[in-house]
Ligand binder design. Structure first.
Ligand code: AMP
Length: 280
């Protein structure tokens, strides 16, 4: 596995991988890798001859009062895991390589970014769309893989790729969960033992609400119970808990094809997100 930190070397290495018409998959991450990330890498291997993983904690997708400085960084351990997966290239540029002095261009997807996490984190998805567009141009992969855990991110990236004519396939990989249902996330490392135990209430409440809605309850009824359960378990606040259409992200008030629950909730200083299908 080559660990690459500058764009010229990346271009040469990717060109070498592509020789003979070989395909390349890209898995963008912010590091602090867990089994959810590794599921993306393994899925990438099924689709392409070679796998490039990027690790870049992207300052542009963090708000002024968010956890950019505290975000877990453990590149050596991450590199060891990727080496074990036989990843060909780890692209881990410093901030100056991604955003050289004078960088002035932002990719902004409208509509989809105004709701859910976009409402609570203004500018977040502009940061995501900009960095993913740059990664797509840098690596020019045949396929890129993203987790369904960040459902809205996946929707924004699909829209961006379509609108800007990126000629690649985008694959959404199902959420990998801990044994108690909590979606794996680098941010779970922030949780104390007590908070970690309480956090399982989030998927449990969504699972219950999804069943209740599928059985005919309105979103208002089911989500009031789910909110109460999440707060009773020890969460401090809920940014949103919504039933929405999984493609357009428009609100729904009852079960429908493509209905999905979306949640963001805070426990201590940690903000956790998740989503869950409603199978009617
Ligand atoms: P991150 O490093 O958190 O930016 O995540 C990098 C990629 O891994 C994104 O496409 C995430 O959606 C995906 N990912 C993160 N957690 C999970 C998980 N538990 N299951 C599946 N994919 C995940």
């Amino acid at each position: 596995m080559q660990i690459i930190r500058d764009i010229a070397t990346l271009h040469r290495a990717v060109a070498a991988l592509k020789q003979g018409g070989k395909s390349v998959a890209l898995v963008p991450t912010m590091g602090a890798l867990h089994d959810g990330h590794i599921a993306l890498v393994r899925e990438a291997r099924r689709w392409a001859d070679h796998v490039v993983v990027s690790i870049f904690v992207n300052p542009k997708q963090f708000g002024p009062n968010e956890d950019l400085d505290a975000y877990p960084r453990q590149e050596e351990a991450d590199a060891a895991r990727l080496f074990a997966e036989a990843v060909e290239i780890l692209w881990a540029p410093p901030v100056e390589a991604m955003y050289p002095a004078g960088h002035a261009t932002t990719v902004s997807v409208s509509g989809l970014v105004d709701v859910l996490c976009g409402a609570a984190r203004p500018g977040h998805f502009d940061g995501v769309a900009t960095i993913v567009a740059k990664l797509f141009n840098q690596v020019a992969p045949d396929i890129a893989l993203f987790g369904q855990k960040d459902w809205q991110q996946l929707a924004v990236i699909r829209r961006m790729a379509l609108d800007l004519d990126f000629a690649l396939d985008i694959v959404g990989v199902p959420t990998v969960r801990e044994a108690d249902g909590l979606a794996m996330s680098s941010r779970n490392a922030y949780l104390s033992a007590e908070q970690r135990a309480a956090a399982a209430a989030l998927p449990a409440a969504m699972r219950q609400a999804a069943l209740t809605i599928a059985a005919g309850a309105t979103a208002d009824e089911a989500l009031a119970d789910a909110r109460a359960a999440i707060l009773a378990a020890g969460f401090d606040s809920i940014d949103y808990l919504d039933l929405r259409d999984e493609a357009a992200l428009a609100p729904l008030d009852q079960a429908a094809a493509g209905a999905r629950l979306f949640v963001a909730a805070r426990i201590g200083k940690t903000r956790l997100i998740d989503n869950w299908p409603v199978v009617a």
